[in-house]
Design a protein around this ligand. Structure first.
Ligand SMILES: Cc1ncc(COP(=O)(O)O)c(C=O)c1O
Length: 368
């Protein structure tokens, strides 16, 4: 009998239900105490002085780059092996995204290609801790400091991940998180900016709330990008569960790796010696030596009820929007190859040992 194992599933319990009910009963749905306490708890967890809540991760990135005053004529280096928001947040500033290639083993931005792509116009560097594994932050920080450019971590997939014992989102000038439904912790929708710089935190807060420094006193052009109390209440509860969720993801990843490394032509995730990843996704590479190509393997697993996904099938610079903007000539060969080979398998905390056995049996059938 086929099981159904979804690629992602939010993990809520009674605690979230009670928290939402309490918010509704309190009558304070926005701009209340829950957002403030969620910000405080998140800052403490990440190990930074300030955390600023926002509507979602895209806005966290947008506001961070605005707070850093990036604008037309500036170049910002990032990776094209990511969700579209990682490039779009640069376009929002009318700045120019410059795409550096990735390390084919970790899928994270390659510091040596970053160094090659720096020009006099480069103002910021946005590494993405893709699939929950921190990028090579030492090398990237050295480049950023040497060239006097900002380092903004896209930690949307890396809640609780560590690089040399430091939490993702606490290493650069600013960190940006997403609490989208499929993330390691969710608030339904939501985002958070983390920083040790008070001025950047204050500026971000202004941008998120109509540039308002005191009630009906607007200092600067801002937006309504506020998090609701309902999302903050869910986020607070999920944060308390995050370490447990991440431990389960790591355990699932280890079991998958033990089983999958036996199949010729499938490459299991590589863990960098300096990184403690949180397996937002568990991503295998389907090499030429495997008996099927990536899409055929995806179809076969889907037929057997295993939810799979391709993160990411198209480099950002080949998306129609970016082709229209003239990015078609960008060359990142490792990124393109990864787009052809990667396949994500279910690893979330609701995947149990029986699901893993089922997935490995399915793979055994398919691989013969
Ligand atoms: C790497 C990355 N950056 C940014 C975002 C944007 O976050 P959101 O969906 O909360 O706007 C996401 C996720 O969805 C992401 O995976």
């Amino acid at each position: 009998m086929n099981r159904k194992i979804p690629i992602a599933k939010p993990n809520f319990g009674r605690e979230e239900e009670t928290a939402v009910k309490e918010v509704l009963e309190s009558g304070i749905i926005v701009q209340g105490p829950r957002t403030k306490s969620f910000e405080k708890e998140f800052a403490e967890y990440i190990g930074v002085e300030h955390a600023v809540a926002a509507t979602n991760g895209t806005i966290a990135l947008d506001v961070s780059l605005k707070a850093l005053k990036l604008g037309p004529g500036d170049e910002v280096i990032t990776s094209a092996f990511s969700f579209i928001a990682s490039g779009n947040c640069i376009l929002f500033q009318r700045a120019k995204p410059v795409f550096a290639d990735i390390d084919p083993r970790t899928f994270n931005i390659d510091p040596s290609d970053v160094a090659e792509k720096i020009t006099a116009k480069t103002k910021a560097l946005i590494p993405i801790h893709v699939f929950g594994q921190p990028a090579k932050m030492d090398a990237l920080k050295e480049i950023a400091e040497d060239k006097g450019i900002f380092l903004v971590e896209d930690a949307a997939q890396a809640h609780g991940a560590e690089y040399k014992g430091q939490k993702a989102g606490s290493i650069g000038d600013m960190g940006c998180f997403s609490f989208y439904a499929t993330k390691n912790m969710t608030a339904g929708e939501g985002g958070m900016i983390t920083t040790n710089d008070r001025k950047l935190a204050d500026k971000s807060r202004l941008l998120i709330n109509h540039g308002q420094s005191q009630k009906y006193h607007h200092d600067t052009l801002g937006y309504n990008y506020r998090m609701t109390e309902i999302c903050a209440a869910i986020g607070s509860i999920q944060l308390k569960k995050l370490d447990e969720f991440n431990a389960k993801r790591r355990e699932n990843a280890q079991l998958l790796t033990q089983g999958i490394r036996k199949f010729h032509g499938l490459t299991v995730p590589h863990v960098d010696k300096d990184a403690k990843p949180v397996f937002h996704q568990y991503v295998v590479r389907v090499e030429d030596a495997y008996r099927l190509d990536r899409d055929e393997l995806a179809d076969s697993l889907t037929e057997k009820g295993v939810g799979v996904a391709v993160h990411y099938p198209i480099p950002i610079y080949r998306q129609p929007l970016y082709l229209k903007l003239g990015y078609g000539g960008t060359k990142c060969p490792n990124t393109e190859e990864a787009c052809r080979r990667v396949l994500s398998l279910p690893v979330h905390p609701l995947v149990d040992k029986k699901d893993i056995e089922y997935m490995l049996d399915a793979l055994k059938d398919i691989s013969q």
